[in-house]
Write a protein that binds this ligand. Structure first.
Ligand code: FAD
Length: 478
């Protein structure tokens, strides 16, 4: 029936362009009712910063839809119950969503699909988030990839379909179902003072994300490979923030990068960018095939490692007051901008897990709360990779030395000066903003002396190596 609406359930795909879900929903011929449901799974799994940033993304999409003559319907509660209510209210007989790949979302969605099918509703799921869905990439023996380079070789020459244009016509249904008000959800509540500071650094919505992509392609992709490791430079795309809410699709990025690789005579630089994009695919490959990567050591032999559970040193790490400038600058970058440079993500993760011998789960959880680009697959893989317990991991004995990293990647101290105020006569505005973002209860201020190191670097390194070498004995001793 041409006027029977189709429900489009949006989750991590908050956009209109290059969205196979819109295409599938519109193919049914009737109006499309887009809906976002704040269900218990989102409430539990998203930390403060991603929840806040997601709410901005929802608000921006709602505005974009209004501009296109449509609406975004918001509901809060059990997803199946809300969908059933919407189906009853709208008379929809078909619904579409784009797939998620973490085990809890898969379990939820599988249950919802069979329940709705039993109700007589036609349900279609599509891929709007990945270049290569996990089950489409298999090794020569039919197994999964556990190491990145062969994964890259397996996919790099694959055809990636062209992006789809945004729908041209979004006819409204005869009546719209009721919707919650986004403000009533108060998704930014847990961000407290941080929201005002981070708000100055975000790039919101699909139009801005595309601008960011084009800007990167015009100005930085040609030097990506050579400059991407320097945290003070604006040399990477920063698109992780947009990818994670689906404000841009990986296909849009892939094709822009691919064209650049062919047209611009900087093939190696652009190819390196595509390779990094494929690390995200690899992370999803692992998350799908080895879901335990989110919750436990990916390599079981690490279960016997004597990680420290939460401790005072870890608290200093969280607050950005370890007394190791490169580590503190990075942690403060996260409070001020909501993201952290990849080079320093590896460094602070290594420092926590190795010099401070603290369990990677503690760092993973902190990033989950603080990063506006939090991604379940990339975060879990990044932590386990750095800790040594994960796939393709650097050997444990390769311990990042923050001083050497600083000499190599921040020789002119620009990064550290940008984020550390103590001891500077004219601190950078971002260094001061950190004190506006953190809880007042921490009692920190720019005029206090810079803290003494939480541990000597040689001492921390020796302790970690010793524990690694003796891990079986130490575990037996309890
Ligand atoms: P670019 O260099 O421009 O790369 C383009 C895109 O490729 C990125 O946006 C991202 O989607 C993907 N990508 C690049 N490097 C990686 C990588 N190592 N792993 C997976 N995907 C990658 N990334 C997240 O998106 N969310 C996270 O929560 C996250 N947590 C991390 C935690 C740790 C401990 C580590 C070491 C890395 C983590 N990463 C995470 C990966 C990486 O740091 C970020 O993707 C990157 O810094 C984003 O910056 P960019 O968009 O400028 O990347």
């Amino acid at each position: 029936m041409p006027n029977t609406p189709t429900l489009l359930w949006l989750r991590r795909d908050l956009r209109l362009s290059d969205h196979p879900g819109w295409q599938a929903a519109l193919a049914s011929g009737g109006p499309v009712i887009p809906v976002f449901i704040l269900d218990p799974l989102i409430e539990e799994s998203y930390g403060a910063a991603p929840k806040w940033r997601m709410s901005l993304s929802i608000g921006q999409l709602a505005q974009d839809l209004e501009d296109a003559g449509s609406r975004l319907i918001l509901r809060r509660g059990d997803a199946l119950a809300e969908l059933r209510d919407l189906i009853a209210e709208t008379g929809a007989r078909t619904m579409v969503w784009s797939r998620l790949y973490d085990s809890r979302s898969i379990a939820r969605d599988t249950g919802i699909k069979s329940a709705l099918k039993a109700d007589g509703v036609e349900v279609e799921s599509v891929n709007a988030s990945l270049l290569f869905e996990p089950w489409t990439v298999a090794s020569k023996t039919g197994g999964i990839y556990r190491v990145y380079t062969p994964f890259w070789k397996a996919v790099r020459d694959r055809e990636v379909a062209d992006p789809i244009a945004a729908p041209a016509d979004l006819a409204p249904p005869e009546t719209w179902p009721a919707s919650d008000q986004l403000e009533d959800w108060a998704l930014g509540a847990a961000m407290r003072r941080g929201a005002d500071v981070v708000a100055g650094h975000i790039c919101l919505g699909e139009a801005a994300a595309r601008q960011r992509l084009y800007g990167f392609i015009d100005q930085a992709i040609d030097r990506y490979k050579s400059q991407r490791d320097f945290p003070a430079l604006d040399a990477t795309s920063r698109l992780s923030e947009n990818l994670t809410y689906g404000e841009i699709s990986p296909r849009q990025i892939w094709h822009a990068g691919y064209r650049s690789m062919q047209d611009r005579g900087h093939a190696a630089e652009a190819e390196h960018f595509l390779k990094e994009l494929v690390w995200r695919e690899f992370a999803y490959h692992l998350l799908y095939h080895t879901p335990e990567i989110e919750t436990g050591n990916w390599r079981a032999e690490w279960d016997s490692f004597p990680w420290r559970e939460d401790n005072d040193d870890a608290e200093r790490w969280r607050r950005g007051v370890t007394g190791i400038e490169m580590v503190d600058a990075a942690m403060r970058e996260m409070y001020v901008t909501g993201t952290m440079h990849n080079r320093t993500r590896m460094l602070v993760a290594s420092f926590l897990c190795k010099h401070l011998m603290t369990h990677w789960k503690i760092g993973e959880a902190w990033f989950r709360g603080c990063l506006i680009d939090w991604d379940p697959a990339a975060n879990a893989m990044g932590w386990q990779w750095t800790a040594g317990s994960g796939p393709d991991a650097a050997p444990y004995f390769r311990i990042y030395n923050p001083d050497t990293q600083a000499d190599k990647f921040d020789a002119d101290r620009r990064y550290r000066n940008r984020f550390i105020a103590e001891g500077r006569s004219t601190p950078h505005a971002d260094a001061l903003a950190y004190f506006d973002a953190i809880p007042q209860s921490w009692g920190l201020g720019p005029d206090q002396p810079y803290p003494a190191p939480v541990i000597g670097l040689p001492e921390g390194r020796a302790r970690a190596l010793n524990a690694y070498e003796n891990r079986k004995t130490l575990a037996e001793q309890g």
